[in-house]
Ligand binder design. Structure first.
Ligand code: 3HC
Ligand code: NAI
Length: 678
């Protein structure tokens, strides 16, 4: 087998080049080739400087994740990099694309780093439940200081070339099209000078002089890191970089890395990494399906969802025409969008100019004819089949042939909506989640007649606007809400049987969800779908609405809220629930946290199994993608279906049986056949 690494001579400079598509992951063959390339350069006296670069779309994007959990083979990366750094001949990393994880560590082991302006650099290992394992936690703080290293190592978001230059991670930003030549020139300019090794840097002393930076960091990012092991290990490793010798710091990193690699969180997060990428593929849609170009989008309805959906496209530079029934609603909707953008600008995440740019791409209208030229129209009007059919009927008349017509419905039958047009093949569900400009998930609902090009184009579009897509078949609530309804059903029953609603919420918070079902109800508004007749009370929710307890927006719902939106249980709600339980003749009992968790989560797994059995989801891992991105299922458990496998499908079944809950045949079959869904 030919090596993915080759070398090229440019007079006194040896260029070591990796060509390992798609992302130059540092698999065994690459590590071996890299070690050989370094040995070649060091052995040849006529070589005076070395450049390391990659072919293809990116510099090394990290270790090869497919090798994780398997027996290590070939040269290990830390040792190869130590040899590279030890060279007395200057070594320059020439970076394009994304230098991530092990790739960033290769760059750190080089004496100098140059990159093109579009390059991104980072250590995303925490997103896989890990920390860098090739001395990244030790070299980086010595080069740029603990303060600058902390977010890179413990949060894991990559930074731009410009930002990397500003903190001293890069030595130069070079021409976008002249990377190799500029890197070679840079390397030559360093010949004869003493090399600068990251491992010998002293910038890490900022954390020793001012240890408060670690506490401040924890205070700032504590919420984001809640429940995850890796960020704490990352902070510990960066701290060790200041307090220990380089060799001791590297040992500390190895110890922490090893523990995380064999732990349950990293296993789950690695599962998720591949799940997200698998979800992007539709098994029976050919890869080369021609795409429909989407250059202008229409949105019907400028309410909660329509406005948020529109913002996704505006932020991606795609013009949007938004339609409402009345001027007042149109003004209100566009006003909310502007305010949202302005708030983002206030927080420093957007410039005033970018706000104007985005809003400048928006055309508000009351006329359907203005949608004629749209390539995609997304309907986000009231959740009512008759209204939806009417809207689609009109769209069918005015929008150009070949355009995609999508519905954001949460529950309704996409096939029935499609049948109200003469082009059912062009109808698809694009189910965004609230707030639509923030939540990452896009459920793409495939109707019976939805064409391949419509699906493929929807997938591509999702990526363009920064969403994570998963495909669902047509069934009430699709994948996400269908499973949610099972959880809600049990939550409602639990409070009728004696569980406190705050205990139900707290069980899910402890599990790692950002909020529980009753907090979620308060946040969304308990009056959604309410009939607005206070005299008609048949459920706890209706009783709360009748008492003006509409949720957070009213300052009270299941909880009372103070000005900082902190929740406290309310006596009024306790009485409402107790009255309902009494009139239903429900016996009250103490319910353990264990029972609450089992009754909330196991029925979701059972429903997930039914969804798979019916072919409504392509694979179990797609369900994990839906729940992690749409409903805050904790990433470090890998999603409901992966988690169920880790718990053991047999345990899930006996839990369901213990609580007299239904068990699907599919779940039983999978439990009996190797405890694996996919
Ligand atoms: N190992 C193995 N395969 C990888 C990989 C990696 N590090 N990174 C990406 N791939 C694969 C993907 O699974 C995908 O395969 P598929 O086509 O069969 O589905 C293919 O490469 C293309 O990936 P994307 O679809 O993600 O391509 P994008 O262009 O959207 O993104 C990327 C490119 C930004 C590089 C993105 O793939 C990415 O973020 N990769 C992971 C980076 C990472 O986490 N690196 C750290 C690894 S851990 C490490 O380095 C430990 C070290 O400290 C010792
Ligand atoms: P909303 O009530 O906030 O907004 C609906 C908007 O549509 C209103 O501004 C209304 O004036 C407008 N409208 C109604 N009929 C119209 C018509 N014929 N032509 C033009 N405009 C019309 O409702 P929301 O919450 O935005 O929901 C919209 C859709 O999105 C529903 O199908 C809902 O199920 C779905 N959805 C809602 C989510 C949520 O959390 N609110 C989440 C995901 C989907």
């Amino acid at each position: 087998m030919t090596s993915p690494i080759r070398t090229e001579r440019h007079d006194n400079v040896l260029v070591i080049i990796s060509d390992n598509p798609p992302v130059n992951a540092l698999g065994q063959a690459v590590r071996e080739g890299l070690a050989d390339g370094i040995a070649e350069a060091l052995a040849d006296d006529s070589v005076e400087a070395i450049v390391v670069r990659c072919d293809g779309r990116t510099f090394f994007a990290g270790a090869d994740i497919t090798e994780f959990g398997k027996k290590p083979q070939g040269p290990n990366l830390p040792e190869a990099l130590d040899k590279l750094e030890a060279s007395d001949k200057p070594v320059v990393a020439a970076i394009h694309g994304t230098a991530l994880g092990g790739g960033c560590e290769v760059a750190l082991a080089c004496h100098y780093r140059v990159a093109v302006p579009s390059a991104k650099i980072g250590l995303p290992e925490v997103k896989l439940g890990l920390i860098p394992g090739a001395a990244g936690t030790q070299r980086l703080p010595r080069l740029v200081g603990a303060q600058a290293a902390l977010p890179l190592v413990a949060i894991g978001d990559p930074i731009s070339a410009k930002a990397a230059k500003a903190i001293g991670l890069l030595d130069a930003v070079v021409g976008e099209d002249t990377l190799e030549a500029d890197a070679i020139a840079f390397a030559r300019s360093m010949v004869g000078k003493p090399v600068r090794r990251s491992s010998e840097g002293t910038a890490n002393q900022d954390g020793v002089k001012n240890p408060a930076i670690f506490d401040d960091f924890r205070a700032k990012y504590g919420r984001k890191m809640r429940g995850f092991d890796a960020p704490n290990a990352a902070i510990e490793a960066v701290k060790a970089a200041g307090e220990s010798s380089y060799a001791d710091g590297v040992s500390k990193e190895r110890e922490l890395f090893g523990k995380l690699m064999t732990g349950s969180q990293s296993k789950a997060m690695r599962h998720y990494f591949f799940a997200e990428r698998a979800a992007n593929k539709i098994d029976d849609v050919p890869k080369d399906t021609p795409l429909i170009a989407i250059n202008r989008v229409g949105i019907i309805g400028a309410g909660t969802m329509g406005g948020g959906i529109a913002m996704n496209f505006l932020s991606a530079g795609i013009p949007v025409t938004i339609l409402e029934m009345k001027q007042e609603a149109l003004d209100r909707g566009t006003g909310v969008m502007r305010k949202n953008y302005e708030n983002t600008a206030k927080r420093g995440r957007m410039t005033a100019e970018q706000v104007e740019q985005a809003m400048g791409l928006l055309t508000p209208t009351l006329e359907y004819d203005d949608l004629a030229d749209c390539d995609l129209v997304i309907e986000a009007v009231f959740e009512n089949m008759d209204v939806k059919k009417q809207v689609f009927g009109k769209l069918d008349e005015v929008v150009k042939p070949g355009a995609i017509l999508a519905s954001n419905t949460s529950y309704l039958d996409i096939d029935e909506i499609a049948a109200s047009t003469r082009r059912p093949g062009y109808v698809v569900g694009l189910h965004f989640f609230s707030p639509a400009n923030v939540m990452k998930l896009l459920e793409i609902v495939r109707g019976e007649k939805t064409r391949d090009d419509v699906l493929a184009s929807s997938m591509k579009l999702a990526k363009k606007i920064g969403k994570v897509a998963a495909v669902s078949g047509v069934c009430p609530g699709f994948i996400g809400n269908r499973m949610l309804s099972k959880r809600q059903e049990q939550a409602n029953k639990l409070i009728m049987e004696g569980a406190n609603h705050w205990d139900v919420d707290d069980v899910l918070l402890d599990f790692g969800f950002p909020m529980g079902p009753f907090q979620m109800g308060d946040l969304a508004g308990l009056d959604i779908g309410w009939h607005r007749d206070p005299s008609k009370v048949t459920t706890v929710r209706e009783a709360l609405c009748a008492a003006g307890r509409f949720g957070q927006k009213a300052g009270k719902g299941f909880y009372d809220y103070d000005e900082a939106r902190q929740r406290t249980p309310s006596d009024e709600v306790k009485h409402i629930i107790a009255d309902f339980a009494e009139s239903a003749g429900n016996e009250q009992r103490e319910i353990s946290k264990e029972e609450i968790q089992e009754r909330l989560l196991y029925p979701m797994v059972n429903e997930g199994a039914k969804i798979l059995d019916e072919g409504m989801a392509q694979r179990a891992s797609d369900i994990d993608v839906v729940w992690i991105n749409g409903y805050g299922w904790p990433l470090h458990t890998g999603g409901p279906m992966f988690w169920a496998q880790e718990v053991g499908l047999g345990t899930v079944i006996s839990g369901l049986e213990k609580h007299d809950l239904p068990v699907s045949d599919y779940l039983r079959t999978k439990a009996g056949a190797g405890n694996a869904f996919d």
